[in-house]
Design a protein. Structure first.
Length: 132
């Protein structure tokens, strides 16, 4: 927060992954798998996405497996994504920022829970007493 000058703005673009979360919610183990055929020009033939949601922490684990046209398997690409709610973001940033604006897209559509992304704009407090 200190790199942003007092009264300066912060802009965050957070991906919410509503489709993947919804797919995980359809299964008791909160896991969903999606196969994709890849274009002929790709050295890989198939792409498997395995998603696992930890709903209590809102962590989305994404394990990626690529199967090559020659049978080669690459399963070394994994990521864990934290899905933030509006309340989470405000709570995290409130000590340094105020005047939150939350949007769903770059056109200024107000944020909705099913949106694919969350754009957060906030203004840094002009001095430390602003946070109180």
């Amino acid at each position: 927060a200190q790199i942003i000058k007092p009264d300066g703005h912060l802009l965050l673009e957070l991906y919410q992954h509503p489709r993947e979360i919804a797919m995980c919610g359809q299964h008791d183990d909160h896991t969903a798998r999606v196969w994709k055929d890849l274009p002929e020009t790709d050295r890989f033939r198939f792409y498997l996405s395995e998603y696992h949601l930890e709903p209590e922490k809102m962590l989305l684990h994404h394990n990626k497996t690529f199967i090559g046209r020659n049978g080669e398997i690459d399963d070394s690409r994994n990521e864990t994504l934290k899905i933030y709610s509006v309340e989470d973001i405000k709570s995290l940033l409130k000590p340094w920022f105020k005047d939150f604006e939350i949007y769903s897209d770059w056109e200024g559509t107000l944020w909705q829970a099913h949106s694919g992304k969350m754009l957060v704009r906030a203004r840094r407090h002009s001095r430390t007493t602003d946070a109180n």
